[in-house]
Every structure is written in structure tokens, then in C-alpha cells.
Design a protein around this ligand. Structure first.
Ligand SMILES: Nc1ncnc2c1ncn2[C@@H]1O[C@H](COP(=O)(O)OP(=O)(O)OP(=O)(O)O)[C@@H](O)[C@H]1O
Length: 267
């Protein structure tokens, strides 16, 4: 599967949110991190790739423009994990994962579907939640179920918007280990939006840095995770060092912008 994004523009009403986004063909089997500050346009871009929004420009999936794919084809190929997943209170975890798998196919449930659901719950180490109702789960548990729903569909393109934002440290690593394994094992294209740049540095092979609806930079970690980028895009002074195991480590030192709550107004 090939995914490319060329000169994509999107506006909500009169406000342009994506202003000519171009991302060359992404490598299957590797994780690409989409990073950038709040409101940069990351979620909007994901929604365009998932076919939920109709932008100008071109998004090509498997050699064909997204507009030439039917809704069913896109849903079958692209799995999109939103930042906040809606929770249906009357479903158990197992039912919710099964429903996600059956989303685009026939409603007949095969043994293979049941096995795939059980397997993904086991892989994510949440099989003990199988019979619990979604509305009884903690924020992190709900996020784990959403991840199971995204993975169980076995997509060609996996879009995950802040998949680890509610997870504890161990779960963050376990989930991203699994996503990396699945991405490499199935040769799929995985785009993950992450605010934690150190997690992104650990797991992503390629970065797209978004700022104010444009691509500020793209490339490998050492090319884009620089003190200059962190100052320009995030407005922070930071050091970027390489750990003994070769992983980049970003340490923020302070904000260079005058914004946020005024301390003198609080005391
Ligand atoms: N449904 C909408 N209607 C109008 N404006 C929207 C809508 N959704 C998002 N926006 C605006 O589009 C811009 C980009 O939002 P988007 O959610 O794509 O950013 P993001 O990079 O994912 O941000 P964050 O890191 O905060 O999740 C923001 O200014 C936001 O207010």
C-alpha cells in the first residue's frame, strides 16, 4: 500500500486549517510521527486521510486518489483512532472490539473473527476486561479498548491520534512496542500523532512536523528534532541529546513565548 499527500488544503468555514500539506510516499513497515503544537492541524489531516473530511489537493492511497475510493474501501483500508473515542455504554469490551472488526465486512461472525478479537485483547494484555461494560472502564482502559478496535481491523493504513495520552508509563511502552511490531510485521503504514516527543523519538522512523496548517519540516529524527525546530514551532528552549542507545532525548528548558496565565494575577 502506498500513501501520499500532495498540496492538501482544508478550511472549516472561512478559516484555513491545512494550507498546502505535502508528504511524500510513506514507508510501509515504519512508524511516522506527526508532531506539532496544539491546533497545528494534525487531527484535521488524519480526518482527511481517513476520508472523513473532503480537502482540496490530492491524497493517494494505493495509487488511486482517495476520491475514487468508495466509503467502504476507505474504511476497510484505513483505521483511524480518534483522540477521544465515543463510548457506547451498552457494549462489553469484547463486543465493542468485535463490532469494530465487523465494521465493513458482513455481519456474520466467523471463528476467525472471534480468534482475532481474543488475540488482540491478549496482545494488549486486557483480556481480563473482555466482559466488562465500556462505561465501567477507567480512561486508560477505554483508550486500550480503542487501540484494540483500531488494530483488530487489520488495516493497511493505521492513523492514531494521541493513542497513549491516558496510559501509564508501562502501558505507553507496551502499546507502542506492539504498534511497531504490527506495523513492521504486516508492512502497514502507521501515522501516529504524539505530543510526547521523547516517545516519538523512541518509536518513529520518520517525522512530519506540522505548524499552523503547514509542514514545517519532515525527515528522520536527527534531521527534524532540533533545538531550532523546538524554538520555532513549539516556542521552547530545549536541548536534544543522543542517549547511549542512540535515541534522541529532548529536554525542554523553558518557554520563549510570553503567553499563558500571568503568575502575578494568580497570587
Ligand atoms: N469542527 C471544527 N470546526 C471548526 N474549527 C475546527 C474544527 N475542528 C478543528 N478546528 C480548528 O482547526 C484547527 C486545527 O485543529 P486540529 O484538531 O486539526 O489540530 P491538532 O494539531 O490536532 O491539535 P491538538 O494537538 O490540540 O489536538 C484548530 O484551530 C481548531 O480550532
Amino acid at each position: 500500500m502506498i500513501l501520499s499527500v500532495d498540496e492538501v488544503r482544508f478550511s472549516y468555514g472561512a478559516v484555513t486549517v491545512l494550507d498546502g500539506i505535502t508528504i511524500g510516499e510513506l514507508d510501509p513497515g515504519k512508524i511516522t510521527a506527526t508532531i506539532g503544537p496544539n491546533a497545528a492541524g494534525k487531527t484535521t489531516l488524519f480526518k482527511c486521510i481517513a476520508g472523513l473530511l473532503k480537502p482540496e489537493g490530492s491524497i493517494r492511497l494505493g495509487g488511486k486518489d482517495l476520491r475514487q475510493h468508495s466509503r467502504e474501501e476507505i474504511t476497510k483500508k484505513v483505521s483511524y483512532l480518534p483522540q477521544e473515542s465515543p463510548v457506547n455504554a451498552v457494549l462489553t469490551v469484547f463486543e465493542a472490539v468485535l463490532l469494530a472488526r465487523k465494521h465493513t465486512l458482513s455481519w456474520r461472525v466467523s471463528d476467525e473473527d472471534l480468534r482475532a478479537c481474543a488475540q488482540i485483547l491478549e496482545n494488549l494484555d486486557i483480556e481480563d476486561l473482555s466482559t466488562r461494560f465500556l462505561n465501567e472502564l477507567s480512561g486508560g482502559q477505554k483508550q486500550m479498548v480503542s487501540i484494540a478496535q483500531a488494530l483488530v481491523r487489520e488495516p493497511d493504513v493505521l492513523l492514531m491520534d494521541e493513542p497513549t495520552s491516558s496510559l501509564d508509563l508501562q502501558r505507553q511502552l507496551e502499546v507502542l512496542d506492539l504498534i511497531r511490531e504490527v506495523t513492521a510485521g504486516r508492512g502497514i503504514i502507521t501515522l501516529i500523532s504524539l505530543h510526547d516527543l521523547n516517545l516519538a523519538a523512541r518509536y518513529a522512523a520518520y517525522f512530519v512536523v506540522m505548524d499552523k496548517g503547514t509542514v514545517y519540516a519532515s525527515g528522520e529524527g536527527h534531521q527534524v528534532l532540533t533545538p531550532e525546530m523546538l524554538r520555532d514551532v513549539y516556542g521552547v528552549n530545549a536541548t536534544v541529546l543522543t542517549s547511549p542507545d542512540g535515541i534522541l532525548q529532548v529536554t525542554p528548558l523553558g518557554s520563549v513565548r510570553k503567553r499563558g496565565p500571568r503568575v502575578d494575577a494568580l497570587v
